[in-house]
Design a protein around this ligand. Structure first.
Ligand SMILES: [Zn+2]
Length: 58
């Protein structure tokens, strides 16, 4: 299990669990994503991936 670096509560990327990390995406073809803690709402990290027309990802 992963822990938030800010509040040290358990977080997960699994969608079925209540402590799932919040993920916000921005962009169409080249997406940028921001992860935030579901407990304290502080940002955990950023990333980007190719999506949309290229991979069919939402
Ligand atoms: Zn937190």
């Amino acid at each position: 299990m992963a822990k938030c670096p800010h509040c040290e509560k358990t977080v997960t990327l699994k969608k079925s669990e209540p402590n799932q990390i919040c993920r916000e995406t921005e962009g169409v073809a080249k997406k940028e994503v921001m992860y935030s803690c579901p407990h304290c709402e502080k940002v955990i990290g950023f990333g980007f991936f190719l999506g949309g027309v290229l991979t069919g990802r939402p």
